[in-house]
Design a protein. Sequence first.
Lengths: 245, 473
Amino acid sequence: MNPLAPIIATSIVGLVVLVSFDPVSVAVALVCQAIALPWLRLPFRRTWPIVGIVAVSAILGAMGTALYGRPSGESLLNWGPVHVTTGSLDLAVLVALRIVAIALPGALVFAATNLTALADSLTQIARLPSRFVAGALSSLRMMSLLSDDWRTMGYARRARGLAARGPRQFAGQSFALFVRAVRRGSALATTMEARGFGGQNQRSWSRVSVWRTRDWLVVAGGCLIASLVVGISVVTGSWEVVVFG
Amino acid sequence: MSVPVGVEARDWRWQFSGRPQPALHDLSFSIAPGERILLSGPSGCGKSTLLMALAAVLGADQGTETGLLLVNDSAPDAGRRLTGLVMQDPETQVIMERVGDDVAFGCENFAVPRDETWRRVHASLASVGLTGPGLPVTIDTPTAILSGGQKQRLALAGVIAFEPGLLLLDEPTANLDPQGVLDVVVAVSRVVRETGCTLIVVDHNPAPWEQLLTRVIALDSSGGLASESADYPRVNRARVPVTRVPGDVVISTVNLSVGRPGQPAISVPDLTLRAGTITALSGINGSGKSTLSLTLGGLLPPRSGEIIVGAPLRHGLRPRQVPSPHLWPARSLVRRVGSVFQSPENQFVQPTAASEVGLALRVTGVKRHEAAERVQSRLELMGLVDLASAHPFTLSGGQKRRLALVSATVTQPGLVVVDEPTFGQDDDSWSDVVTLLDELARAGSAVVITTHDPDLLAVVDHIVTLSPMVPVA
């Protein structure tokens, strides 16, 4: 499967859920995604950390809505700016589910994607500029080195007699990490340049990225889920669009 | 097949922006196609800068040049495909996620057709001895799991795949164990003989290259040309006679195993480090020398076993802090232990060389004028006085290592832990480093170093050999 296909499919569903704002469409989206995702047979990795991060964001979003959301229905707690009502509680649950439906499938699919294959696909299928894509690819790979850098810097500061904790130390170390990332980035850029990257030459691709019928099917599946979400929601009469402002 | 290219310099001069002196000046020399050159010169004389200029990766925004530098009779930029550069740090030379893709990267940039690219990928990897019958690495191996020596050979494969006529190697044996050094030298020799390309190598340990090289171009310490055909450099290191007197046990270990977070534990031999002695940890890459150094330095908690803190370090500690150095607060640690990491750049936290050296003195409350004197004398000892106000990151590899060493030991800590102290040093600075280690020991520190350097191993009191990877259940 072309790595771009599941990313496009989840983006389509995600967009529809983002626009909608009613319990039925979110519920339909969640059920369809739960059925469709395993069917993609992607090598899902780092599943639990991703679920954890999405869950925390969902809970935070829900708490904010419950405490400060538009009051409606019965009042349950009124304490200064905090006003919890049955309406704001309903809204909170909806917000949490929306966050899960929009963020979780995309994050899982992206984590399961081979970045090199995605870059090949972006340059050859989506025809994005190869300089931009190859640059983004190498910088993403560098991200994994940053956690090691952070740890080493912690050792360094401690070895030099600087306390390890506290906001000032954190700020100092963050800045040092930033400097280090820039230095690493420029060293990597030199390496890439020394191998002819960024020249005026035409570039060739050593790996072929192909788009097959099944990739169309995956995208079509995404469209199907999106239309189910809108269709069922409209038929049951609960369809609502998110209102900005 | 690559066509060997020549190099010519005519009164060439390069000055980095913001530096008062040129990095390189009055360079006039010529290298015929197919020559194999050792570029030698003292630490910090501009060898790396010259290689970067030849590879056309010195940006016009980084400094100004005068005179002429020609690769194949034209300016380096036009001939980028003609030059292949392999640099010091294996970590910053890996571009892609998988071995095959990394080697293919250069070919792609020069629009080599797909089938030809993969033919060259396989040929280059076999040529540097990374893949082949019986070897564990394939084109699908993740680059992240390669050792330093393997990454260095991968970088070499990635460069020879686009068939440059001029190969530029900047200390390609950095931090490698003797086997790793040999592997890289063998790989380069094979490539150079197969392709006939021109070769310029910078290496402070030139001995393994001697068979291969045809001529030595020597730079002087100011970045000028010392000689266009110098004698092959003989390592001439003034060895310090070992007449040190062992004192109290500073630190010892029993059944210790060590490990970095998220990695398997490695068990290490029991150590007894006494005041007034230098102990060397030896062993191949991956045997746990650096991890043990971090653990002794109080930066990693031991995985199991015991670190016993001796009387010289106990003074002034609270009883509950005594069991292991990793429990000590940073300020107590810096009084007692001086650690120097394998990559010195990782430990710089100050904007100038002088403030870097003075940091530990400020943290421990040494009076200002006394601190200034001590900083000055240390910088003098390491030949870094002229660079006192330079940013540590702008120093050369060898200078960074000497700066890291004096900054970590300026408080005369009871335990000194140094990872690879002599790497990247010329004969003079080698002696400076060894003299400092000897002085520290004589003044009562227990010094423990990791090293592959046979000359350094000859002047220590004890050698402890770590065996490779004994995982602890």
